[in-house]
Ligand binder design. Sequence first.
Ligand code: FE
Length: 198
Amino acid sequence: MPDSSNIQQNTASVEQRIDAIEAMFEARGMKAREAIDEFEHTIEEKWIPENGARVVAKAWTDPEFKKRLLANGRAAVGELGLTMPPHHRHLVVKENSPTLQNVICCTLCSCTAFSIIGLPPDWYKDLEYRSRIVRQSRTVLKELGLDLPESIYIRVWDTTADTRYMILPVQPEHTKGWSEEELAKIVTKDAMIGVARL
Ligand code: FE
């Protein structure tokens, strides 16, 4: 019988395995390192919550844009030059109100409209959040720092591969009359996920 402890000891580390895979790509003329660097650049420079913040600020200041955004999110963010991967077929924008808090999750894994609101935070990918936000929304929001009175209804939206969500937060009263640029600065990723109010 093979000794399983030996097999364990002979298993390469994650780093060694990554190096081996990279070396295999390089040997075949496929530029793995370059592709990874380019991908990291895209994540850090392009898939940022500042994109969604611009969308929110525009919706707050332009009622016609807001209508188009709520009717067809994907087309509306395109007006601002923002794009989504082809498999993100729908961007559904849910508007909060003084009596309604929308919140998003992905019960299966970690899907977000990442090119618009940025990559999901670690807690969003956690089984704890994904399972409990659906059943104990009010408690989980409170744990995340958003203590909502019973008078505010909570609605949870479960992301799928082709339908991505973003939340349109309520514009704070004291920011009425601000420019789009100023407004965009106060919009956070958490608010667009729906676990914070502004
Ligand atoms: Fe997912």
